[in-house]
Design a protein around this ligand. Structure first.
Ligand code: C5P
Length: 249
């Protein structure tokens, strides 16, 4: 794949402590990145205060609250975020068929809002999914993370989601699995670390990781990158490396 858009297919995860830091990051990076992701922490602190800035500066608004609740509550939360103008929102696939369907129905009030199912968190490894008791019902089925990601993705797709949050490690499998669906699901992949982070084992809490180039080559549509940029003492160098990787594929 070659990157033709002037902006990189990256959402900057605004996992910062206050409104002003987030505002400055949006202004600084609006011309570089496709959009910005507001997670639970920042949403609690700033609510919708950053939404119009992201939209006015030309970015896609990804509100990543990972909704996980009963169907009625999922419907209401998704509807509210859609009315507030979110381009992408997330619902946990583990919340189940009815809750996913309710989130999709709630978001439908805004035709531009796309609902993404979080499959298995990129911070989870095999031990974590065992700890939370994720088990295939058929004893002949593998209990690997990728098998669960695939299973959850199929369930969520049947309930009408527009795409998935997954590790880029699972992107080839998911693109293959949905090759024949009329509308290809959007794959958004967190767990992105540069080669230098891999080498020095700086992966923080992320477990299923890939470099930006590996992730795009694997079939990710967008990457989510937070700490490698926002916590770096030299963010411009990190950005240059990401650009170098993606623009020279
Ligand atoms: O700092 P880092 O690049 O690891 O940030 C990744 C971002 O993606 C975080 O905001 C995290 O909440 C989000 N995310 C994730 N794994 C998922 C879904 C979302 O890391 N499965």
């Amino acid at each position: 794949m070659s990157i033709k858009s002037p902006k990189l297919p990256v959402f900057l995860a605004l996992d910062v402590k206050d409104l002003n830091t987030a505002k400055n990051l949006i202004t600084q990076y609006a011309h570089e990145f496709a959009g910005f992701k507001i997670g639970f922490g920042l949403y609690l602190k700033t609510h919708t205060q950053l939404f119009s800035q992201i939209k006015n500066e030309g970015g896609l608004l990804f509100v990543d609250l990972k909704i996980h609740d009963i169907p009625n509550t999922c419907f209401d939360a998704a509807r509210t975020l859609a009315i507030q103008g979110a381009d992408f929102i997330t619902v946990h696939a583990l919340s189940g068929r009815s809750s996913i369907q309710a989130a999709v129905q709630g978001a439908a009030i805004n035709p531009n809002t796309r609902v993404l199912a979080v499959t298995v968190l990129t911070s989870h490894n095999q031990q974590d999914i065992q700890d939370v008791g994720l088990m295939m019902t058929n004893p002949n089925q593998a209990n690997s993370i990728s098998a669960h990601v695939c299973n959850l993705a199929h369930m969520a797709m049947n309930e009408g989601v527009h795409g998935f949050i997954c590790s880029a490690q699972e992107a080839p499998m998911l693109n293959q699995a949905f090759l024949k669906t009329p509308k290809k699901p959007v794959l958004i992949c967190p767990g992105i670390r540069l080669l230098s982070h891999h080498k020095n084992n700086i992966t923080e809490d992320q477990r299923r990781i890939m470099t930006p180039a590996q992730a795009i080559a694997a079939g990710a549509d967008y990457l989510v990158i937070g700490r490698p940029i926002i916590d770096s003492p030299v963010p411009q160098e990190v950005l240059a490396e990401i650009k170098n990787q993606l623009l020279n594929m």
